[in-house]
Design a protein around this ligand. Sequence first.
Ligand SMILES: CC(C)C[C@H](NC(=O)CN)C(=O)O
Length: 677
Amino acid sequence: MADKEDPKNGKMGKGKSKVVCGYPLSIFFIVVNEFCERFSYYGMRAVLVLYFKYFLRWDDDLATSIYHTFVALCYLTPILGAIVADSWLGKFKTIIYLSIVYAVGQVAMAVSAIHDITDSDRDGTPDSMTFHIVLSMVGLFLIALGTGGIKPCVAAFGGDQFGEHQDRQRRTFFSVFYLCINGGSLLSTIITPVLRAQECGIYSKQKCYSLAFGVPAALMVVALVVFIIGSGMYYKAEPQGNIMLDVCKCIGVSLAYTICINTFYITAYQQWLKKLLIAQIKMVLKVLFLYIPLPMFWTLFDQKGSRWTLQATTMDGNFGALVIQPDQMQTVNPILILTLVPIMDSLIYPLIKKCGLNFTPLKRMTVGMLLAAIAFVCAALVQIQIDVSTKQLLHSSPYILSGQGFIYFKLTIKGKANSDTEIVENQAITFVGFTDYFLVYFRFVNGMKTAVNVSTAAADFGLIEPFYYSNYSQIKNGKATFTLRSGSQSCEYSTNFGFGSSYTFFIHSTLVFGSNCQDSVTAVEDIKPNSVHMALQIPQYFFITAGEVMFSVTGLEFSYSQAPSNMKAVLQAGWLFTVAIGNFIVLIVAELAKIPKQWAEYVLFASLLVAVCVIFSIMAYFYTYIDPTEIEAQFKKKINEDDEDDKSKPGKAEVEMVKRDSIKCHDEYDKATQTKM
Ligand SMILES: CC(C)C[C@H](NC(=O)CN)C(=O)O
């Protein structure tokens, strides 16, 4: 497609797009598309682990495992997307088709979270969990295929819109693109947990996971529509063959050349072509080798969405005027990204440079890894605080006395608040499973000689026989007012429920209806409210995000700057691949280690990262930075010089012949070595 004159600066842009302030208008649609897509992805991901735990009723370990398998899949599929785009459909069509797959996946997730679909007895819980599990797994698979598939295409498609002389504009585009990623992630991580906390349903009201998944689904449709609207303005580069296959071929051919270096007559021109190819492959392999320890960083980084969110459910989210949901704590990451990136770029790095220190990209990445390890030490310290507060409960209330001496309860409470809790009382075992962070449990013991009815403005908890007790019921945390009624007489009792708490209320035999019954009810904490405040997670978020800025942002730049011109996409796919491996490591370590204490698991992950960091710093020490453009320019100069020499200049067919002969030689070599064996 022809380049188009930019009327403002006289530089060339690509495609049919109008040029506004030096930028092709088409990139506006790409940037908005990225914002909506990242909103969709991070919004769904924010509530995912709680959906597994509270809707599908999975335990913490299974929820964490499936979460990380999903994230890993999302970063494996970019390789697939790159292959499809480069060798078959081109970036534009790949983005369109895979976005449709993505949107269908999001809709499947939203439908899987409608409890009414299988709630035939209308008790508020799904009757066929298999249906919900299968549909949500299909949905997650389609989302992983879509989001990962389009990931390497969208940024590159945006870059394609700029002409050769628009380097500055292209750089600004990538910065805006990165801000859009984190802007979309920030907004959605605030909004979807709020939607999840709403109650919705046809027959019975339950936490609204369907809405929390439905809005990201709608945003993905918006992303697709916006992208299609810009269709007429884009520069659409033709697919140029499979880059991955090309790299493999390149390696094969250069190996063949190396083996057969003395076997064939190769012209000077061909020699330089071959040397350039080998040099480019060496550049890529050197960087890929450095990538080997990197997945460990992502292993820790991506536990924000799983272990850390589950940790937040055992904490107190009351920030005065604001009550923070456990999954909303993840917003601290994009907030800190949006503030730390400019601070690092404009203040910290220049300051370090002024001090005369050479803070190279690989040094930055090493420091980033250490910061992530520190974040996990902070998480372990917070976990110890949580465990201590739960232990206090075990020792503080093993025996409960009614106050009037006619009922003795022995309560043995196992487990943590907000996790499955078993309460043993006088041989009768009541299994209590918390279904939501905001719900708390209570029951009443009636010490009166008459039956007492207990109700609130919203619900009636039924009649309790004399000298008997009710089953546990659920109520929202915060202030609650109960009406106690016997015949036509009643009185009110008010109390406050903290996050994750559970209470037994003893109604004294001396209670007089018609008066204030506040003093005639004794409240006993079965499970203490979460006492460790969620704000204590902020230091771990700070360190992991500071680590991300130093590791991830630098790593992206490093991968781009050290890659040869024809293999930049390969290294981007390789970089995303480290994220996938990192998420698989969470599964392997958590499964193999099976550490019963959560704080110890955090310390294990921190120690592993420190060990890996030491290995990485040794590898980094031996790495020599290169300027691929300069190296390629030197080779090209040599190639051009020899190209001018008509005698040694081979035709295209000749070059192909050399390649073919080299592969043939490679085959011969294989045969020979096999015979030897
Ligand atoms: C660094 C991630 C692999 C990619 C990036 N995430 C963030 O910026 C999160 N702060 C993304 O593209 O989602």
